[in-house]
Write a protein that binds this ligand. Structure first.
Ligand code: COI
Length: 355
């Protein structure tokens, strides 16, 4: 079905940053997509407009009660000039799961994908093509009704903004040092941990800041009840290679179901390596580290793709993993996944979608 999307082009195109100065989420393209929701009209007024500030009432519910969700995905420019997205339908499926958890009305995933493709086409000159770069896409929904009663908003905006990006971490795919957080937790079962909502990220800032002052790049999050079961690393899913098998925490309700996580599992299994999704304690990871059974550990997410873990610090006990070096599996996963994403490798899984 074709949807009506109004397009207003900007007369003031911005200068594009050099590919070695991209950083992550610093520069924004020339246009953005907006779709409004009201109870009487449903989702309406799909439009692409020049990128810029929006006006909201100070009483808008997003500011007070955090009724908001977001997604993250990337567009890539292939060597032969095509543009491709990576598993975008999965992002819009997850967006609607997050919507449901936050009492935000369901959004037509086909409309969202068509809007996204239209926006990428309008701003296609912004897709960088240097190795390790891509166009990061941030779809999000905010509650805009001006009302301070604690109840679901009657008005929303769905928007898409885009940013040309390089590596998420300064370390790139070099291993990072991780602090295992024993006091704060990111999320609990029954809460909003499996929704991609702002509060989960706000909840982690304080511990992340403290870890950063101690010289650690990120936090390893443990479960909220036992402070023992491993959940996520930073804003990524986490994997451990132990005795030739790969283990990752089972999705428990407090862990985000990463699309990169799912892709990594499929890739690893396709190479004949078993992947076991199960509850994993920090105690057993340290034990596997001490006996030499722990071969590699890494985080996975859209932003960083893969981030090897070189060192853990849990209750002041340091555990060095794979001599602090990037492991063979981490490198192969990075090369294979980014190769499929940017079109230098075949896509046997049918993950990429041409724009
Ligand atoms: C990702 O790994 O893609 C994330 O969700 C991180 C993002 C919040 C910057």
């Amino acid at each position: 079905m074709a949807y009506k999307i109004d397009i207003t082009l900007t007369p003031h195109k911005k200068e594009k940053p050099a590919s070695d100065k991209l950083g992550f989420g610093i520069h924004y393209t020339d246009h953005m997509f907006i779709l409004d929701y009201s109870v009487d009209k449903g989702w309406h007024d799909a439009r692409i407009v020049p990128y810029g500030p929006i006006t909201l009432d100070p009483a808008a519910k997003v500011f007070h009660y955090g009724q908001t969700i977001f997604e993250g995905l990337k567009a890539y420019r292939t060597a032969d000039g095509r543009i491709q997205l990576f598993r975008p339908q999965k992002n819009f499926q997850r967006l609607n799961l997050s919507n449901a958890r936050l009492s935000i009305p369901d959004l037509d995933g086909e409309l969202a994908l068509e809007a996204l493709k239209a926006l990428v086409r309008v701003d296609q000159d912004w897709i960088p093509d240097a190795p390790g770069t891509s166009l990061y896409i941030r779809p999000f929904v905010i509650a805009t009704q001006a009302a301070l009663g604690v109840a679901p908003s009657t008005q929303y905006k769905f928007m898409i903004i885009m940013s040309p990006v390089g590596a998420y971490y300064a370390e790139g795919i070099n291993p990072v040092k991780i602090y295992v957080e024993s006091e704060h937790v990111r999320a609990v079962k029954g809460g909003v941990g499996e929704a991609k909502t702002a509060g989960n990220y706000a909840a982690g800032l304080n511990a992340q800041e403290a870890a950063s002052k101690k010289g650690y790049s990120q936090i390893l999050w443990l479960d909220g009840v036992h402070r023992s079961y491993i959940e996520e690393v930073g804003s990524m899913n986490v994997f451990f290679k132990i005795n030739g098998e790969v283990h990752t925490p089972a999705l428990s309700g407090s862990i985000l179901a990463g699309i990169t996580r799912d892709s990594m599992i499929q890739l690893i299994q396709s190479w004949g390596i078993p992947v076991i999704e199960r509850p994993i304690t920090i105690e057993e990871i340290y034990e596997a580290g001490r006996t030499g059974a722990l071969e590699e550990a890494f985080g996975t997410g859209t932003a960083a793709v893969i981030s090897p873990i070189g060192e853990l610090n849990w209750q002041d006990e340091r555990l060095t993993i794979n001599d602090g070096k990037t492991g063979e599996l981490s490198s192969k996963l990075y090369e294979t996944l980014t190769g499929i994403q940017n079109g230098t490798l075949a896509d046997p899984f049918g993950w990429t979608v041409e724009v």
